[in-house]
Write a protein that binds this ligand. Structure first.
Ligand code: ARG
Ligand code: ASP
Length: 713
């Protein structure tokens, strides 16, 4: 678009976001569209966002525990991320007596901060494009020969960097293997919990409000990075000191206006924006619905017991939230794909591309054939994986199954045994075999009913009936090592994992004779034979073609500015603070306020209860410096930044690089943005920094934390 058209577009389609963001965008920080960002209002330079010679904003942004994003907000390594990102840690530290989920947790000082063994944060010290080196010598090669050269080249690239003990290098493909980037990563390992609001704030609205706007969730928690005396990464030690960052984010509590420039800096996990129409159609009509149906059953079964039993509620809180999260996401995704006519749009795009470049025709035709061939296998994969993931007894069996060969041949060394034991202990800690027997019984029935006979193990038809399954599972469990109800070595529960491992040979023999293990092994071996093999074989061909299709899209569509699909590496998304008009006669404002929390308040409800103290602050309007010009404290806001899973906890920054919000979700009408970003409906949702500081200051009275921060008024 030229300038005139841009202006015209801005006048004609005010609800549509800034030009050129038609397809969204998650940009590699070394390759930012500085000009467009400035046109949209950015006042800093791209260098101030990412620089390796001077401190820059990237020095304050980390990947939190391999999944979420977090940012440093004080000179003492104070870390801000989402409540749902710290949820597993908060849950693990909670007991019925010290229930931090329900009551929140606020350290009184640094000594009171709680260690979280195993939690890490990763800094990205450098990013280098290494395409030429990685693809060198691959011309004319295919299949394994091609991959072998790539692997060798990637190792060679890594070897060119001199690494310190705390650094590692990863090389990752983008554009389906058309380009490669190397990332220099520094990992810190002593991460302590500093504060978390009660879940009635941090998870307010819970699953009902999840993925939905208008929203009123205080989805934040705080940790601190500790380092050794030299400010370098170290394992937990009480002698470690707070990490001194190269950069930390100043926090703005200025009022927000619609159309203000904003960018989100973080680690988006996975998107697939460049798939052919056929692939999108399969996701929308087959894969998503299958996965939704399995989770639906599991969730309903867990929910019944969680509502009536406090111990179960704590035990299953984190697992339930994560299963529910994508269950709901997929429902929204299917709706959004339909509403945005993603398949129709892709088909049209394919036709335009083919008209410009006839070479594309065969690529798309072949993809159509392959996806059609793959469909039955892909569907069975969806059912099988979701069944094993959600029936924990099967998850456990799968876990033992993977370790069994090494255990049996005595190849499981002391270190691997320790890891295995720790992971098992982690699973058993929150596992209720009686509750899970119900889930497993139902999911086995679903699997038996939904799967074509040719994909089922022999005699599996007997599992078609839920109640019958429950009787069977109950019976098999009594003699099972897996459920912990068939005891060995006198271990009464699996918290006693050392007793279970006391005699490795006995464990192996027990597992081999275990009736549940046998049931699972039949499922898995059959799945591997009938589905996994053929599915992967077709997938390999699809991957080769998808790489070609990606390159052809980029060659042919010269007007489009392409960005690589998310792959859990550091990215910048940018846009403007904006509401939306997602349906006829419905307009969403861009921000919510505390008064809205009170509108949703349902006393005693497990999703919409409000803590007394917050009600009191609301009644007395004790908002301090955190209210905006309306006199109320803004809670959440939306913008047009293109985000996905993994962006949770990402900083939302203003034109000057100050923190204005904490990304945590997207709105329902736009959740298909992982596959088809639509500027009309796709919005990211953030917690307003005013609300975060208000909660820390007025609700938690943790002024010592506010004093550490740099506040921009
Ligand atoms: N939907 C958000 C994301 O994908 C928030 C999830 C956490 N909340 C929940 N109710 N499960 O992670
Ligand atoms: N809630 C997501 C996360 O945890 C963010 C999103 O999917 O928009 O990363």
């Amino acid at each position: 678009m030229n300038r005139k058209n841009i202006l015209l577009a801005a006048i004609l389609f005010p609800a549509v976001m800034a030009y050129a963001q038609e397809y969204g965008g998650m940009w590699i920080p070394t390759e930012l569209n500085e000009k467009e960002m400035k046109n949209l209002g950015m006042k800093i330079s791209a260098k101030e966002i990412f620089d390796t010679t001077k401190p820059s904003i990237k020095d304050a942004v980390v990947q939190f525990n391999g999944g979420c994003t977090a940012e440093i907000i004080s000179p003492q390594g104070l870390l801000l991320t989402n409540h749902h990102c710290g949820y597993a840690q908060i849950q693990k530290l909670s007991t019925l007596e010290n229930d931090y989920l329900s009551d929140g947790f606020w350290a009184k000082n640094m000594t009171g901060e709680l260690p979280n063994p195993g939690v890490t944060v990763d800094f990205i010290a450098d990013i280098k494009e290494v395409t030429a080196q990685v693809l060198a010598g691959t011309q004319g090669l295919e299949g394994k020969a091609y991959q072998d050269v790539i692997n060798k080249n990637m190792e060679a690239v890594k070897a060119t960097f001199k690494l310190e003990e705390w650094q590692k290098m990863t090389v990752k493909p983008v554009y389906y293997g058309n380009k490669y980037y190397a990332y220099l990563i520094e990992t810190y390992k002593d991460i302590r919990l500093v504060g978390a609001p009660p879940q009635s704030i941090g998870k307010f609205g819970s699953d009902t409000d999840n993925w939905v706007w208008p929203r009123h969730t205080g989805d934040f928690s705080m940790f601190r990075i500790y380092a050794d005396k030299n400010n370098k990464p170290a394992e937990y030690s009480k002698d470690n000191i707070p990490y001194k960052p190269k950069h930390f984010l100043p926090i703005s509590i200025k009022d927000k206006q619609e159309n203000d420039f904003t960018f989100v800096f973080g680690f988006p996990g996975r998107t697939t924006e460049y798939l052919p129409a056929i692939a999108v159609e399969k996701i929308m009509t087959e894969i998503d619905p299958a996965m939704i149906s399995v989770r639906e059953v599991a969730l309903k079964t867990l929910d019944e017991k969680m509502r009536s039993d406090a111990e179960t509620r704590i035990k299953y809180a984190s697992k339930y939230a994560s299963v529910a999260n994508y269950w709901k996401k997929w429902i929204g995704e299917v709706e959004g794909l339909k509403k945005s006519d993603a398949v129709g749009k892709k088909k049209k795009y394919e036709a335009t591309l083919m008209a410009k470049n006839p070479a594309l025709k065969s690529t798309i035709e072949e993809l159509n054939i392959l996806y059609a061939q793959q469909a039955p296998y892909a569907l069975n994969k969806a059912y099988y994986s979701e069944t094993v993931r959600n029936a924990e007894t099967l998850t456990l069996a799968n876990f033992y199954y993977n370790y069994l060969p090494a255990m049996e041949s005595g190849k499981l060394d002391a270190k691997a045994t320790e890891t295995f034991k720790n992971r098992l202990a982690g699973i058993y800690k929150d596992y209720d075999p009686v509750l899970d027997a119900k889930v497993t019984a139902k999911l086995l029935a679903l699997y038996a009913n939904k799967t074509p006979v040719k994909f089922l193990p022999a005699d599996f038809e007997q599992y078609k009936n839920e109640s019958q399954n429950l009787v069977t599972i109950e019976k098999l469990s009594k003699n099972s090592v897996i459920t912990g109800r068939g005891m060995i070595n006198g271990a009464t529960t699996y918290t006693d994992i050392n007793k279970v491992f006391a005699d490795p040979n006995a464990l192996v023999q027990n597992l081999k004779n275990d009736p549940l293990m046998k049931l699972f092994a039949a499922m898995r071996e059959n799945y591997m034979k009938t589905t996994d093999g053929p599915n992967n074989e077709i997938q390999e061909k699809i991957d080769v073609l998808q790489k070609k299709y990606m390159a052809q899209q980029m060659e042919t569509d010269k007007e489009r500015k392409f960005f690589p699909d998310a792959n859990s590496t550091l990215r910048v998304s940018y846009g403007q603070i904006k509401g939306s008009s997602p349906r006829d006669a419905v307009h969403y404002n861009y921000q919510t306020h505390v008064a809205g929390i009170m509108e949703k308040y349902v006393p005693g409800d497990y999703e919409f209860d409000v803590p007394k103290k917050l009600i009191q602050l609301y009644n007395t309007k004790d908002y301090g410096i955190y209210k905006d010009k309306t006199g109320d404290v803004p809670v959440n806001f939306t913008a047009t930044n293109h985000t996905t899973g993994g962006n949770s906890g990402s900083p939302a920054l203003d034109a000057y690089g100050n923190l204005i919000g904490l990304n945590f979700d997207r709105q329902w009408e736009g959740t298909m943005s992982d596959i088809n970003f639509d500027p009309r409906f796709s919005r990211n949702i953030m917690v307003d920094t005013k609300y975060i500081l208000f909660i820390i200051d007025k609700f938690a009275d943790a002024k010592w934390l506010i004093n550490e921060m740099k506040i921009v008024k």
